[in-house]
Design a protein around this ligand. Structure first.
Ligand SMILES: [Zn+2]
Ligand SMILES: [Zn+2]
Length: 358
């Protein structure tokens, strides 16, 4: 159920204070607004002080001091005429969210993480044309800069200076989220919410198709979780021969990594044949050490891929919906975030979801 608690925002100059309702004006204590902290405010003074606006409280996970905590907070503000407010139906936890929630990827204090989700449009700004209230939608979490060569050429998915929902902007681990309509896409009717939330990981997996994969090459995918399974699935769907890694001494023309770290770099690069290609797609924060004496004498190529266009991934969701459904794992209210993040870290075979409305 939506959180129906309401509160009043009182503003005086630059000071702002949220006060839960119901309240008695005689009980209001306006910290930082009244002449001295903790002073009682007369009803008449309240009228002089306050520009009042009523807003709903919403449940959210919020990053504070390098960890995610549960909070009731004011509903997100609609600022632009193209802003869309979305009521989040379900939001999936991905590795990036774990890094943010545990402070490995630093974000601004108060940031709401979460970028893989499906929801219902609550309201759409007057200048919007793409969606209307009641539409079931998903969102492309990559926010292009709008100013680089790729953006100018209407290829925003190739933007090299993107921002990311849940890191640079407030994300989806909340009851409500506000997004510019350019990132909002209607979810096909036959795709469940939990699979709709898979559009972003699918776009990330489909990026491997942009690598230089000559049809007929032998391809191997490293890693054991759902990201590796999804990447292999996508490659096979597009006609590539993907082999299981059963023998660490066997070479492949192309190795796609989904879990590269310093500890496994030597083993991963050792799978690539001389002159072959390592495709990098995982996004571990920090630095990963690569052994030059394994790469240079064997003339290895390293190719990086990022995202396929979001609408291309979305177009494949209906056909692959049943297959993707195998990754749908447990569902949690936002209040259960500690356990949910623990589960998401412990086992990457299934997706763990938040249900912010529960
Ligand atoms: Zn993700
Ligand atoms: Zn750009």
């Amino acid at each position: 159920m939506p959180n129906t608690a309401r509160r009043v925002i009182l503003q005086c100059g630059r000071s702002q204070l949220a006060i839960p309702r119901p309240y008695s004006v005689h009980q209001l204590r306006i910290y930082g607004v009244a002449p001295r902290p903790g002073a009682w405010v007369r009803p008449g003074a309240l009228l002089e002080l306050a520009r009042q606006a009523e807003v709903d409280d919403v449940k959210a996970l919020v990053c504070r001091g390098g960890r995610a905590v549960f909070e009731d907070r004011a509903e997100p503000e609609v600022r632009q005429p193209t802003d869309v407010m979305i009521r989040v139906s379900c939001a999936a936890i991905c590795r990036t969210d774990v890094y943010v929630a545990r402070g490995v990827i630093p974000v601004a204090d108060g940031r709401v993480p979460g970028h893989e989700f499906a929801g219902i449009v609550e309201s759409a700004g007057p200048a919007g044309t793409r969606v209307k209230p009641g539409d079931r939608v998903v969102v492309d979490p990559l926010i292009p800069c709008g100013a680089c060569i790729a953006c100018d050429a209407a290829r925003p998915h190739e933007c090299g200076d993107t921002r990311f929902l849940g890191i640079d902007r407030d994300g989806a681990f909340a009851e409500l989220v506000v997004i510019d309509e350019s990132a909002v896409h209607v979810l096909p009717a036959d795709v469940p919410d939990t699979v709709g939330a898979y559009a972003e990981p699918l776009a990330a997996a489909m990026a491997v198709l942009e690598a230089d994969l000559t049809t007929g090459s032998s391809v191997a995918v490293t890693g054991t979780g759902r990201i590796a399974a999804l990447t292999s699935f996508v490659l096979r769907q597009f006609g590539h021969d993907v082999y299981e890694i059963t023998d660490a001494t066997r070479w492949f023309d192309v190795v796609v990594e989904t879990d590269l770290c310093t500890a496994n770099a030597e083993a991963t690069l050792g799978l690539v044949r001389p002159g072959g290609t390592l495709v990098m797609k995982s996004r571990r924060p920090g630095v990963v050490g690569v052994p030059p004496l394994l790469c240079i004498p064997r003339r290895l190529r390293i190719e990086c891929v990022h995202y396929a266009p979001f609408d291309v991934a979305l177009a494949h969701l209906p056909r692959w919906s049943t297959w993707l459904g195998r990754f749908v794992g447990s569902e949690w209210p936002l209040e259960g975030h500690d356990r949910a993040f623990d589960l998401a870290c412990a086992d990457e075979s299934l997706k763990v979801y938040f249900r912010p409305q529960s």
